[in-house]
Design a protein around this ligand. Sequence first.
Ligand code: KG4
Ligand code: ZN
Length: 338
Amino acid sequence: MLTLGIETTCDETAVAIVRGTKEILSNKIASQATVHSSFGGVIPELASRMHTEQIIPLLDEALKEANSKLEDIDLISVAYGPGLLGALMVGLQCAKTLAMTLNKPLMGINHIEAHLYAVLMSHEEEITFPSIGVVLSGGHTTLLYMRSFGDFQLIGQTVDDALGEAFDKVAKMMQLPYPGGPEIEKRAALGDPTVYPIKAGQIKNRPFDFSFSGTKTSVLYNLFGPKGSISKVTLTEKEINDMAASFQAAVIRDVIKKATLAAKEFNCQNLLFGGGVTNNQALRDAFEKTDLNLYWPKRELTLDNGAMIAGLAAWRHKNGFKPDGLRLKPVTRIPFTS
Ligand code: KG4
Ligand code: ZN
């Protein structure tokens, strides 16, 4: 069985073809990062326009690489949310048109769940449940109790910025390019994490929730003073490196603290990770020091991609979930029920 997966939730246009539930035949991604880079963050209107331009050429490339024709596809899938409304609509429209003209079933996929399915696609061995899911991306910072795959309970999430977003904004303050995560990681490797007293936020009586907005403010004040203006100060290389190291160490400590507490409270030995921030090697290395079983996605499946969408759709299809049909709608925020 061949499944086509379309992903347009944010600033990556992605189309992939997966055979069965795991075998990736093609996984094409057109990142818009260089376009958004000059603005220091994603501009939604620009993202929608670029998805419109990219999606059909990418579909052609994905088919070519998979040595397949549209008629060979058995199931069409698309991320229906969470994400930017205009961006989601491009993917949905493309998927619906294909499903209608080819007369194939259409399956809508939750993007966050797909980030965790990327872990299952990355490992040959069976992963046992219950497990804790840790999604760290540009749009989401979420801890989930996974009774089994597909049966999730929300444990905690960010009350303000997502972790990747905090990396991006801190990078922007220091005039580093977008996306900021990889830049901060590079700089952090050259800096001293003990120079600046940076801390992640804690929410009273909600030990599993995250807050990075105050963290950003303390980065700002430490670099430019409480009344300082970013544009008036030129930071030295040492200041940038030390702040990158201090910020990165603080947020890694925070994620480890909350994820290990969740594992303890919910009596789970396995942590499953998803999302772009899991590219961060310092984060991976720090988790390796815990005694938990860690399951990371393959590098090519950490950032937004179509393979995780197609894979999850094929998995759902195999497990008896019904297709959605042409009435499928984009959803910008999807609450996980507990
Ligand atoms: O999962 P993703 O592609 O997008 C969303 O679903 O939101 O993640 C993108 C995010 C960006 O914020 C980017 O800065 C961050 O992942 N990221 C990193 C690293 N590589 C990407 N953050 C920290 N360290 C990295 N090496
Ligand atoms: Zn994502």
